[in-house]
Design a protein around this ligand. Structure first.
Ligand code: ZN
Ligand code: ZN
Length: 121
């Protein structure tokens, strides 16, 4: 079982084991909502994901995007886009074992910060 949650542990979730892809998103909305240069998302089929503690607060961040975060510590734990409702995106940084899911690619590279360079060495 893959597990994770928010910083204060009010929100906890579990994901059925699987070989899920993760991807770096450089879109401006992820950057601003997470206050981070970019966000690495684990893409999980919705039926594999469930909350095991707490109920997240909801932010409608765009016409298609809804983001879920902890009301107590502000940590974001999920994003759902109505353009692909069969999956839920989970920030790899909220996983208990983020090392397991290195990103295999990136999206919204056109808005990537010019000073961002991954060190693959
Ligand atoms: Zn929290
Ligand atoms: Zn994004």
């Amino acid at each position: 079982m893959i597990t994770g949650g928010c910083f204060c542990n009010n929100i906890r979730y579990s994901i059925d084991e699987g070989a899920y892809q993760s991807v770096d998103c450089h879109c401006t909305m992820c950057r601003h909502v997470h206050s981070a240069p970019y966000v690495t998302w684990l893409v999980v089929p919705s039926e594999k994901f469930r909350y095991t503690a707490g109920t997240p607060a909801i932010l409608k961040s765009s016409a298609n995007g809804t983001r879920y975060f902890c009301n107590s510590c502000g940590c974001h734990v999920a994003c759902i886009n109505t353009e692909h409702p069969e999956v839920i995106d989970i920030p790899v940084g909220s996983l208990d074992e983020p090392e397991r899911f290195p990103p295999s690619g990136e999206i919204f590279s056109d808005t990537k910060l010019s000073w961002f360079h991954r060190d693959n060495s």
